[in-house]
Design a binder for this molecule. Structure first.
Ligand code: NAP
Ligand code: GLV
Length: 353
């Protein structure tokens, strides 16, 4: 990809090195006197700042391992032309009014539920995000949670560490068969489809629900379009892949959890708030053969004394969906590219509003 997004010097030389240096010099000037706040140290950040010619901008990077407070976020963003955010930052209308000179908000994530998109649009601020590059890594962790929960991987490790492994036991930690089971996808978008492909690789029947999914589109992918209730009733594994919106907030609550099969496993790699945590606790406690495997939680981070963590049938990991070296670097690259394009007043590579 051409990091600069323009090609005036391209014709001047056939050497790719001369061309790249030319492009960077040309576009670097575009960022002189510009101010940017980056709310977290990201993998490959310095490299991509240089690659996209942003080195001439005044760049302020939050180096804390915990996110800046809202007050600090506002303070550091005032007078900035651009901000590069992650999903822990609350980017609301009041923030945008305080940081009134912003030309672009670039989020290093695909989910943008932490950003008031309507407020950004009303203020003419483009919001960038990083779809696609994290699809496979996130589907990988969803499938890893599925197998781990089905086959008691974590419980098995804990069993050995507790010095309980005395013999091969024909009845020890019996789990659910994954091969040939029924997988239900709620939110059949990029990650939902990638999850469906993994299910098909395991010879699964795949049921999918999305508001606009047609039977024909589903059939083309070798999956079956179903209503949400059909997915919940028929699937052995239900995997959530919707964005968090007003419509999907607590989409899965008591009724939905009770509709699920007695041995069903719920996997959530979408957003914690898509599942009602109080309802989940109550149903998992009442029906111990049901299992939840969560990459995302409400609240997030989840405190160590949260009731869900007391349940043996609830497996939780700390929001690791996109957490591979390769994917996190690609996310950084895309977020920096969106930032650079927005600072130049050019179309973002991926715009969420
Ligand atoms: P996407 O391609 O936009 O897919 C989302 C799908 O959800 C769409 O197909 C949409 O289809 C469907 N949907 C939206 N509202 C719905 C509703 N009310 N009921 C049922 N389906 C609904 O997005 P993606 O790239 O797959 O990402 C999905 C989400 O995953 C992100 O928004 C993010 O929150 C989460 N995520 C988490 C991690 C992680 O680290 N755990 C990593 C990446 C992404 P219709 O419009 O047809 O309904
Ligand atoms: C991660 O959760 C993302 O939305 O990219």
């Amino acid at each position: 990809m051409n990091p600069a997004g323009r090609g005036l010097l391209v014709m001047a030389s056939s050497s790719p090195h001369v061309r790249l240096i030319g492009i960077v010099i040309l576009t670097s000037k575009a960022y002189t006197h510009m101010k940017v706040f980056i709310t977290r140290r990201l993998l490959g950040l310095d490299e991509y700042i240089a690659q996209y010619g942003l080195g001439t901008a005044e760049i302020d990077i939050w180096e804390g391992s915990l996110p800046p407070s809202y007050e600090e976020l506002v303070r550091r963003s005032k007078g900035c032309d651009g901000v590069l955010t992650v999903l822990t930052e609350k980017i609301d209308a009041a923030y945008m009014d305080a940081a009134a000179t912003l030309k672009v908000i670039s989020q290093c994530a695909v989910g943008v539920n932490n950003i008031d998109l309507k407020a950004a649009t009303e203020r003419g601020i483009p919001v960038g995000n990083t779809p696609g590059v994290l699809t496979e890594a996130t589907a990988d962790i969803a499938f890893a949670l599925l197998i781990s929960a089905a086959r008691h991987i974590v419980a098995g490790t804990e069993y050995i560490k507790a010095d309980k492994w005395k013999t091969w036991d024909p009845l020890l930690l019996l789990g659910q068969q994954v091969w040939g089971a029924t997988l239900g996808i709620i939110g059949y978008g990029r990650i939902g489809k990638a999850m469906a492909k993994r299910g098909k690789g395991f010879n699964m029947r795949v049921l999918a629900y999305s508001r606009t999914l047609t039977a024909e589109e589903a059939a083309n992918d070798g999956v079956e379009a179903a209503s949400m209730d059909e997915v919940l009733r028929e699937a052995d594994f239900v995997s959530l892949h919707t964005p968090l919106t007003k419509d999907t907030h607590h989409l899965i609550s008591t009724r939905e959890l009770q509709l699920m099969k007695p041995n069903a496993i719920l996997i959530n790699t979408a957003r914690g708030e898509v599942v009602d945590p109080a309802a989940l606790y109550a149903v998992l406690k009442q029906e111990p053969t049901k299992i939840a495997a969560l990459d995302v939680t409400e609240p997030e981070p989840m405190p160590a004394d949260h009731p869900l963590l007391t349940l043996p049938n609830c497996l939780i990991v700390p929001h690791l969906g996109s957490a591979t070296n390769q994917t996190r670097r690609e996310m950084t690259r895309l977020a920096v590219a969106n930032l650079a394009a927005g600072l130049r007043g050019e179309p973002l590579l991926h715009r969420a509003n």
